[in-house]
Write a protein that binds this ligand. Structure first.
Ligand code: ZN
Ligand code: ZN
Length: 170
């Protein structure tokens, strides 16, 4: 889906976009959409180029990077992107050059890829380290028990009982 910059009216252009299952991750390995990505976008021309204001929402399913359990990450984000350039002038110059390959650039320069724009902004909302919750205790390094669900035999023997009385001093 593309917005042709020349078609944006003076009062701006509202665009609704919906990204479904394989929109973010065609492999389905690191993120799944529990709900389509809904984006409401407003495009308007300004002296700098084109300003886009958007609202995106979805519910994503990710793997926690500590305990590897699946968890749901709701996203509700607003964003703004300013596209730069005297777009009309650029289009004119490139046309005059008349090279076949430049036509592709010219097309890229005269329209905005809505799908790419929304995808990029969804990815920007994702945390660097995806955690099921801030206090996730991860897995026991010895037996692999999920420590959020309780204890494992290793945790009770990790500290030798003879040293336990010294523990408050550490
Ligand atoms: Zn976790
Ligand atoms: Zn353990």
């Amino acid at each position: 889906m593309f917005v042709d910059i020349a078609q944006i009216p003076a009062e701006g252009l509202d665009v609704q976009f919906r990204g479904t299952e394989d929109f973010l991750d065609p492999s389905g390995e690191w993120v799944r959409l529990l709900r389509p990505v809904e984006a409401a976008l407003h495009f308007c021309r300004n002296p700098t180029g084109v300003l886009v204001r958007g609202q995106i929402s979805s519910d994503l399913q990710l793997h926690c990077s500590r305990c590897f359990e699946l968890f749901t990450l709701p996203i509700r984000e607003g964003f703004e992107v300013q596209y730069r350039g005297p777009l009309g002038a650029e289009v004119g110059e490139e046309r005059e050059l008349g090279h076949g390959e430049l036509d592709v650039d010219f097309l890229d320069g005269s329209r905005i890829n809505v799908e790419g724009l929304v995808r990029e902004n969804v990815l920007l909302t994702l945390p660097v380290q995806a955690l099921c919750h801030d206090e996730c205790r991860g897995l026991c390094p010895q037996c692999g028990t999920n420590m959020n669900r309780g204890t494992c035999p290793c945790s009770s023997t990790a500290i030798d009982p003879r040293w336990r009385s010294l523990e408050p001093l550490r």
